[in-house]
Design a protein around this ligand. Structure first.
Ligand SMILES: O=C(O)C(=O)C[C@]1(C(=O)O)C=C[C@@H](O)C=C1
Length: 629
């Protein structure tokens, strides 16, 4: 029998009570939870005060890891899943870090929380980002809508607004050139950044499919973030200068028409959602900057970014010389953008973001060194970095936790077919195969309950494009509902289009015919892991790796079968150390290391099979993959 969490038994007892009574109990529990969360948040400010005195950085990753491990252990005793705990605590810790940063920033900038007039382009999702940002700072805002980005700059320069929020880049469509060009000449300073997730969706005035709509309205910016899904409907696309105009068109039209818009755009909530999350990339992030007349200081405990603009002239190696100064002072560059200079054909200025505080000694030294190397050099601002990356646990911690838990499990639970997953519940991808979608849906549900983090569906034997698309569309839907990533194991080029459309990552077998594998990788737009062949000679490793590296897929990984010979591992490690094997290699060491750096989560891949009686069984550990999706 599956080891049911304790909570389920309590739930059965509660069936004896009326729904009303149970809901009252839930309401009381929620109230108690909120009171505790508010207390925790208040204590975070005490921590910030103590850090102000000791100048310790706000973030303490080791403390967070220890806290998560302790909570996962305590949670397991209470029947709570590890993923449930880590998800909740990532949110709590993010809020704690942000609250501390806001407090420390207010100390160094003497912020009095008085009302601020914020300029923004009226037709944009920026408002949503700004509301969250200023709410956290307990700063009330009045809005000053502007018709375009230039008007935002003008309002702040002329004093009719205190600050402006402007989009600067999106992770799927790149930089917003107009805003970069306006930064070239402004006297304003960048005082903040906001990064937020954006989902583009298709809305309509009728509840119909895309085939039935006559027109699809979009702005060029929105289109560039979701063009792949609209390729079959090119003749229906109508461009508009603003999404709000599209909303007006949809309200006016009698016939079915559609609009591509961000789900954060005001007004979309009154339309029918006909296709959700159509972004070319699953996670589409938008980055905004805040500009104001006065630059700000960033407290030394808070991670900072500094943005500057330089021009170097066109002599050979000029930009390289400037960038190498940052390298020598170990100042990480997070963004480099070039823009043409108006009136000077083929001359360019470079915008550089550095992950460092302007007051750092290394920054001051670097700036002193680069000034003589540049024609033009201006600091656009130093501001708190918005990103608070969720702390990952080292994979060894997961292994220790599952070993400890498996020891504590009674013998009958250990014999359950899915107990292999339960034992590794924090780090498992399960591969499964088949044709029967109902059966597959059930399997996914069981796997989720047993603690699997995701699915790798084997496409072996699937060649019919239409059937494959139908099956994967359903599987994707099921996995989305279960919050599990869907990967596919590709065995033939005909499966690639469906993989790109429905899966979050793909695995490919290593093959002697590297041209075919390389061609597959080239066409895959999702993260792709290529399984490493056993017993390969060093020269052949290199040749294969070079082929893959020229495939054009930027999210390519090699991964090693756990049963690979020690010889293979040594050979690849040696070549990697010499800088010859350039594909990121996901062996156990790499995963542990990456997880420690908070970059990748470790996942073990198990296989799900059915025995002759149709009983589920999980094979022993087969592969090790990292969370590349
Ligand atoms: O203990 C600290 O140093 C804190 O700042 C508190 C806290 C937390 O909220 O638990 C928040 C941020 C740190 O990264 C670690 C823990």
């Amino acid at each position: 029998m599956i080891n049911l969490p304790l909570g389920r038994f309590i739930f059965l007892d509660k069936n004896m009570l009326s729904l009303e009574q149970i809901r009252q109990e839930i309401t009381a529990l929620d109230q108690a939870l909120l009171t505790l969360l508010a207390k925790r948040k208040a204590i975070a400010i005490d921590v910030a005060r103590s850090k102000q005195a000791t100048t310790k950085p706000v973030r303490d990753i080791e403390r967070e890891q220890a806290l998560l491990i302790r909570l996962i252990k305590q949670g397991a005793e209470l029947g709570l899943e590890a993923t449930y705990i880590t998800q909740i605590y990532h949110t709590i810790l993010e809020d704690s870090v942000r609250s501390q940063q806001v407090y420390l920033q207010q100390q160094v900038n003497a912020n009095n929380n008085s009302r601020l007039t914020l300029s923004y382009v009226a037709d944009s999702e920026a408002l949503h980002a700004a509301n969250n940002f200023y709410q956290q700072r307990k700063t009330p805002i009045s809005l000053a809508p502007a018709a375009h980005f230039q008007a935002c700059f003008e309002q702040v320069e002329q004093g009719t607004a205190d600050a402006a929020i402007l989009p600067i880049e999106s992770s799927s469509a790149g930089s917003i050139n107009q805003v970069y060009d306006l930064l070239q000449h402004t006297q304003l300073a960048i005082t903040g950044e906001i990064v937020c997730q954006q989902n583009h969706c298709i809305y309509s005035n009728h509840n119909v499919g895309l085939d039935q709509v006559e027109k699809i309205y979009t702005t060029p910016e929105a289109y560039s973030q979701a063009d792949q899904c609209l390729l079959p409907y090119q003749d229906k696309i109508h461009y508009l200068s603003a999404t709000s105009k599209g909303i007006t068109e949809l309200t006016k039209a009698r016939e079915p028409v559609a609009l591509l818009a961000s789900d954060l755009h005001p007004g979309v909530e009154d339309l029918s959602l006909i296709k959700a999350k159509v972004n070319n990339q699953a996670d589409s992030l938008s980055r905004y900057i805040i500009v104001a007349k006065q630059s700000i200081q960033v407290a030394s405990q808070v991670p900072a970014k500094t943005t500057l603009v330089v021009s170097t002239g066109q002599q050979a190696g000029a930009l390289l010389t400037v960038l190498s100064v940052f390298n020598q002072h170990q100042l990480p560059m997070t963004k480099l953008e070039s823009r043409p200079v108006k009136g000077q054909p083929w001359q360019e200025v470079f915008y550089i973001d550095l992950a460092a505080n302007l007051d750092d000694l290394a920054m001051q030294q670097a700036f002193a060194e680069i000034q003589p190397l540049t024609h033009h050099f201006k600091i656009l601002g130093c501001y708190p970095s918005h990103e608070v990356a969720a702390t990952q646990l080292p994979s060894q911690a997961y292994v220790d936790l599952s070993l400890q838990q498996s020891k504590e499990q009674d013998a009958s639970a250990a014999q359950h077919p899915l107990s292999e997953i339960t034992q590794h519940q924090h780090c498992v991808l399960v591969s499964l195969q088949g044709n029967d979608i109902e059966q597959l849906k059930q399997d996914c549900q069981q796997l989720k309950q047993a603690g699997s983090h995701g699915i790798v569906f084997s496409l072996e034997g699937h060649h019919d494009v239409t059937n494959m698309a139908q099956l994967l569309a359903e599987l994707k839907h099921t996995c989305q509902q279960l919050h599990m990533p869907l990967g596919v194991a590709i065995t033939a080029p005909v499966q690639i289009d469906a993989a790109n459309k429905f899966a979050q990552f793909a695995t490919l077998p290593w093959s002697d015919n590297m041209d075919t594998i390389s061609a597959c990788c080239n066409k895959l737009s999702i993260a792709t892991a290529v399984k490493v062949a056993p017993d390969t000679a060093a020269a052949s490793w290199l040749a294969q790796c070079q082929k893959l590296n020229t495939s054009g897929n930027q999210r390519l990984f090699a991964y090693i079968n756990e049963t690979a010979k020690v010889n293979d591992l040594n050979c690849v490690s040696e070549l990697t150390a010499q800088g010859l094997f350039k594909l990121p290699l996901l062996d156990q060491d790499a995963i542990t290391h990456a997880t420690r750096c908070g970059k990748l989560g470790a996942h073990l891949e198990l296989s799900l099979r059915r025995d002759n009686q149709g009983q589920l069984e999980v094979s022993a550990l087969t592969n090790i993959l990292a969370a590349i999706y």
